[in-house]
Each structure stands twice: as C-alpha cells, then as structure tokens.
Design a protein. Structure first.
Length: 261
C-alpha cells in the first residue's frame, strides 16, 4: 500500500494529539494534499530558506516542522514576502508541511517529557494538568539534591551544548525541577506552585528572570533552539519505526541562528 501524506498525518495526530496544543497555536497539516504519496520525509525545527532548500534538493514529499509554517494567516500568497516565496517554492515542489508544535511539547513522549527524563527526574507530572491526566510542561524530583551547576552540566550533556545561561546561585541545592521547552516563561508561576526550586526553560524575558529570583526559583536557559531541536531527531526516529519503507531524516543544514562569542 502506498503511504500518503494523510497516513503520516494520522500517525502524528495520534503521537501528538492536537487537543494538547495551545489555543493560539496552528498545528496539523498546514500545506499539501492528504492523498498525495510520500516517499521522503524531513523533520526540522523551523522552515527557513535553508531548510526549505534542503528539502527541495532532496526531493522530500513532506516536511514535519516543529514550528508552524505559516504560523499566522496570510492574506496574499505572492512572491512579495519571504513567507510567500517559501510557500510558493514548497508548493511548486509538491512538498506538504505538517506542524505538531505545542502538541509535541506536551505529548506523552513529547519534548518536555524527554527533557525531564534526560536530566533524570522522577515522579514526572505535567505542570498544568488537564482532566485527561495530560497537560503543559513537566516537573519532577531529583533522586538526591544536587547543585544548580551540576544540573546545568547534566542538561548540557543531554542537549549536547557547550554553554547555557543560569539564574540563581550556581552552588545552591536543587531538588524539584520544572520543564518548559522553547519560550515558556508563563509556566513559572505553575512551577513555583508545584514546589519547584529550579526550572529549565529554552529562553525567557529579562523580567521573568527577575520574577524567578523573587520567587526563589533558579532558572537554566539553554536557548530556544537547543531546548527543542534535539527532539526533531527523535521524531525522525519515531517516524522511521512507524514507516519503515520511507526515507526519513532530520535536517542536516539547520543551525541555531544565535552564536556565542
């Protein structure tokens, strides 16, 4: 049986159900024909001119992009804007686009769960649970208290990054840790209410850092890219297990636009 865009979309909906997505988000199949056949699939964090060119060059039939593309509604689909040019290029190449975004963040085997497991938390639960026992963010307990510096080192190893930012006393003890990938500073209050003395965020605002200090919650900030990009490799592996006959890969050209000097 020929695998179609619809088949892959159905799996992704089961893997990261759209009801887990935030109300403001734009998830699901965003570009393409569900009946179109699929042979090659590329995952990436964001569709940019670089990742789109890679997919077109490799003759991909589907891009699974974590960040939605387009994210906001477009009134005209022309080559006059960067978004319009990319969409026209993808449509001309017959490449469909699916985005799981915040549904993948919160899924049972989603990004926040993987980070929580990656830094060896126990008794992992959602920071803001819903009636189905699922929810946004994660928090859990370390088996024994460690310093903020030691937890940061553990996270750097898991995410394979050389540097990150911290808020708080690097020699202070931490034992209950909250998780919010990407830009999830709005989860800080929930983390504090859950008894977290530390929270891992991809990135956040300066004033959220000040609020964290006032609440007595340390922060570890590896960067938006680092906190989510690793999971696109994981998603490619999940898809490969489900669709063994397809060629599936995570973008090799994608890079963090922010450099440390």
């Amino acid at each position: 049986m020929t695998t179609t865009v619809g088949h892959v979309a159905e799996f992704l909906e089961a893997f990261a159900p759209s009801h887990l997505a935030e109300d403001w988000d734009n998830v699901g199949l965003l570009v393409g024909d569900r009946s179109a056949p699929v042979r090659r699939v590329m995952t990436c964090l964001t569709i940019t001119s670089t990742t789109a060119a890679e997919a077109i060059q490799a003759k991909a039939d589907l891009i699974v992009s974590h960040h939605p593309f387009p994210f906001k509604a477009v009134r005209q689909l022309t080559g006059d804007t960067a978004v319009g040019r990319l969409l026209l290029d993808l449509i001309a190449a017959k490449i469909a686009v699916y985005s799981p975004h915040t549904a993948f963040d919160s899924a049972e085997r989603g990004i926040n769960q993987r980070i929580a497991e990656g830094v060896e938390l126990n008794e992992i639960k959602p920071l803001t649970p819903n009636p189905l026992g699922q929810g946004v963010g994660r928090f859990g307990k370390l088996s024994s208290g460690i310093t903020l510096a030691e937890l940061a080192k553990r996270l750097k190893k898991f995410l394979n990054v050389e540097a990150l930012q911290v808020v708080g006393d690097i020699d202070g003890q931490v034992s209950v840790v909250g998780i919010g990938c990407g830009a999830a500073g709005e989860l800080l209050s929930a983390a504090s209410d859950c008894g977290c003395d530390c929270m891992i965020l991809g990135e956040t605002r300066f004033h959220t850092c000040l609020e964290a200090e006032a609440l007595g919650v340390s922060l570890i900030l590896p960067g938006h890219f680092a906190s989510e990009r690793f999971a696109q490799d994981c998603l490619a592996e999940e898809l490969s297990r489900q669709f063994a006959g397809l060629e599936i890969w995570a973008s090799g050209a994608e890079r963090d636009p922010i450099s440390t000097v």
